[in-house]
Design a protein around this ligand. Structure first.
Ligand code: BDR
Ligand code: CA
Length: 321
């Protein structure tokens, strides 16, 4: 199995990203690290531990990372994810059997990367603050990074502002660091392989009634907890975004790590807007022949195999506790 580290801000869809990875035999989750995003760092860290505990996964270290973006203030998405970032269940369970690792997220990632017998895939599903901090503090671990598959950005429109997606908008400076690191060495980068899984593809992963029914049909604690999360997520998406079904963004990254055929990609040049008056956090994705002569620094996911995606999700939930 491919070793992976999930860097996340749970968050309803982050929880499913953790479960999809932990329940699939093609991946070996070596660490989970947390960042402020959907909620405060305190909440996202507790929620990551709860996600593992509910699923009966007790052998994966969890470490807390950045409580604030690189140079901005954290702005939790309570309208979508609730005040504790995991709205839905009347009370959240204790994260039994999943202690907090005393190391920082950067230290846990670096230790995990250096200890691995083969390069590790980094799967960030929140703002890129921890990943940018890792690249800045520990250039020695770069050769141990197989690739980065990030949920964030968009080919067209955003969800928090007209052109910015939440994870990119929350920490545009960190996203810029990562997209620059993904440039070729000739273009001043580190040549890290990067896949961007933006709203244009995650909005194909819609939590329909049929999806909820499939998860509900699974007879275990993970599914029972998951259904409560999905119902809440759909309710807030209907209220806030006017969408009849919520997009389960984050696990699309993990699905790609499991099976690249689950999404088509276009290899092209991407920049992150950090200064725009109205557009900070927008991902500027070159399409058509715009990228001619430009360094291509990202695989941008485009078309999702929706049926295969949900089959992977349900398969993982079935294999968990
Ligand atoms: C992203 O923002 C968060 O609300 C979700 O967890 C996802 O990572 C979607 O824009
Ligand atoms: Ca997230």
């Amino acid at each position: 199995p491919t070793p992976v580290i999930i860097d996340c801000d749970p968050g309803h869809d982050d929880v499913f990203a953790i479960w999809l990875a932990a329940g699939n035999p093609a991946l070996d989750v070596r660490a989970v690290t947390t960042v402020a995003g959907n909620g405060t760092l305190e909440h996202t860290t507790l929620n990551a531990r709860i996600a593992l505990s509910v699923a009966g996964v007790h052998n994966v270290p969890v470490a807390a990372g950045a409580s604030q973006p690189l140079s901005r203030a954290a702005k939790p998405a309570a309208d979508i994810h609730g005040a504790n970032a995991l709205g839905g269940p009347a009370t959240l369970p204790e994260p039994t059997g999943v202690p907090l690792d005393p190391r920082s997220a950067v230290d846990l990632m670096a230790d995990t990367l250096l200890a691995s017998e083969s390069p590790v895939t980094l799967i960030p599903t929140g703002p890129l603050t921890n990943i940018a901090a890792l690249l800045a503090a520990r250039p020695d671990v770069v050769p141990a990074i197989r690739e980065i598959i990030w949920m964030g950005g968009a080919v067209d429109r955003g969800n928090v502002t007209p052109y910015a997606e939440f994870n990119a908008w929350a920490d545009p400076e960190a996203a810029e660091v990562v997209f620059k690191a993904a440039r070729s060495e000739a273009a001043g980068g580190l040549g890290i392989k990067l896949t961007m899984v933006g709203l244009n593809v995650t909005h194909q992963a819609l939590v329909t009634d049929e999806v909820i029914a499939r998860v509900e049909a699974v007879d275990n604690a993970t599914a029972a907890f998951g259904v409560q999360l999905l119902r809440f997520f759909c309710k807030t998406y209907a209220e806030v975004q006017g969408m009849p079904a919520a997009p389960l963004h984050d696990p699309v990254t993990v699905a790609i790590a499991i099976d690249r055929a689950v999404a088509t990609v276009v290899r092209t040049h991407v920049d992150v807007e950090t200064r725009g008056e109205f557009t900070a956090g927008a991902t500027s994705v070159y399409l058509l022949d715009q990228a001619k002569g430009k360094d291509k620094n990202a695989d941008v996911a485009m078309q999702l195999d929706v049926q295969r995606f949900w089959d992977l999700i349900v398969g993982s939930v079935e294999r968990l506790a």
